[in-house]
Design a protein around this ligand. Structure first.
Ligand code: ADP
Ligand code: MG
Length: 386
């Protein structure tokens, strides 16, 4: 047992008065490339990271649910009968939403027992690394086991996605849960969001002498409101005006024609999605044919497109990207939905400390809060740990 899970078990026992029956965990993720393409039926290419949400859980003999997290000492109680959209909870909506969604996907919510759950996490919250999918995926694998549902990983992806859309109320796509549930060590998960087909693609960063540096700007984003929903609406309007079901059906060669049909802003939103889909395909091909040192230009182009066409970057992300590029990164881009959160840079090992120092100095010079800089390693997806 690791120190972390021993502490988790001890805290669970202290809070609930009995021992947990198991420990499950699921990682956050970094999206290597393919941003705002998932809800357009397009392509994404994330990997699971070595930061995880860990959950200790025990079934109960009654129908009650008790939830606690290292975020707060407060235990929230509810019951299986009260699951569903519209409940007034905070972070509890993530685990409760997953329990409810499993009911739509095979669990008999009239029959399953309640549970006690305690969560701990080292995935930074709101940093664009999807602490939300980590919590959803950890709960999904745990309930799948203890409720003996035998659902496959792709169904658990749906459970997390439904929870986030319907119960939390954040209109996000399937990218995050797919990475968290399907991730593998030293590999990225290429996802076709239309067919839901996935492909595990070896990344080989370490072997190529490269590290992925996360640069958390500490600028806070809020997915459930504002900009994210507005971007989705623009994409839907663009698809409608172009007479297609989703922007997935538009290719780079179609863009000149699209320019004639769409207003300027909608065209730029569409151009981002269409070119980003192509960049994801190009990244996978380039990795296979030339290796990770060749994908930098695609990352750089993705950032420019998100900044100029999709307009979801912020000055702190632009600065982190620009400085890391100037000081030795092979490629860099904002990652996640934007409006804050993190950027990533692919950096040769020997240049990491130089890049970190330069980014820190540039943030100080601009009067920005100090960013949090740390390396991440492509890691395994959700698992039962004990
Ligand atoms: P991101 O997924 O980018 O980190 P979100 O806003 O989508 O940001 O999700 C963050 C939310 O997830 C938090 O505000 C909290 O409600 C919930 N959350 C994440 N991890 C935990 C945890 N360990 N315990 C309780 N809530 C958590
Ligand atoms: Mg999230």
């Amino acid at each position: 047992m690791t120190d972390r899970s021993a502490a988790l078990r001890a805290r669970f026992t202290e809070l609930f008065g009995h021992a947990p029956q198991g420990v499950w965990s699921a990682p956050g993720r970094v999206n290597l490339i393919g941003e705002h393409t998932d809800y357009n039926d397009g392509f994404v290419f994330p990997f699971a990271i070595d930061r995880r949400t860990v959950g200790a859980l025990a079934l109960r003999e009654d129908r009650r649910i008790r939830l606690a997290s290292s975020f707060t000492d407060h235990i929230v109680e509810t019951s299986i009968a009260d699951l569903g959209p519209g409940a007034e909870h905070g972070w509890q909506n993530y685990p409760l939403g997953v329990a409810w969604a499993l009911g739509l996907l095979g669990a008999d919510l009239d029959a399953v027992p309640g549970f006690d759950l305690f969560l701990d996490s080292d995935v930074p919250v709101g940093a664009g690394l999807s602490s939300s999918a980590a919590i959803e995926s950890a709960v999904a694998v745990a309930l799948n086991d203890v409720w003996r549902l035998d659902l496959d990983r792709k169904t658990l992806v749906k459970a997390g996605h439904l929870a986030e859309n319907e119960v939390v109320g954040a209109p996000t796509g399937i990218l995050d849960q797919s990475a968290s549930l399907l991730g593998q060590a030293d590999a990225g998960i290429f996802i076709d969001c239309r067919s839901l087909e996935t492909d595990v693609i070896p990344l080989g960063f370490d072997e190529a002498g490269l590290e992925v540096l996360v640069m958390d700007t500490k600028v806070h984003h809020e997915h459930a409101t504002g900009g994210y929903a507005a971007r989705r609406a623009s994409c839907e309007a663009g698809a409608k005006a172009l007479g297609v079901e989703s922007l997935r059906e538009v290719s780079v060669a179609d863009l000149p024609k699209a320019r004639d049909v769409l207003d300027g802003e909608t065209f730029r939103r569409v151009r981002h999605v269409v070119t980003e889909n192509q960049r994801v395909l190009d990244t996978v091909r380039t990795l296979r044919e030339q290796g990770p040192r060749a994908i930098g230009d695609l990352m750089d182009a993705s950032h420019r497109s998100l900044r100029d066409d999709f307009e979801v970057s912020v000055p702190q992300l632009d600065l982190a990207v620009e400085i890391s590029q100037n000081y030795g990164a092979i490629g860099a881009r904002m990652t996640g939905g934007g409006f804050g959160g993190s950027a990533i840079a692919l950096v040769p090992h020997e240049l990491v400390s130089q890049v970190e120092a330069a980014v820190d100095a540039a943030f100080a010079e601009h009067g920005y809060a100090q960013p949090d800089l740390f390396g991440v390693v492509p890691s395994a997806g959700a698992s039962r740990d004990e």
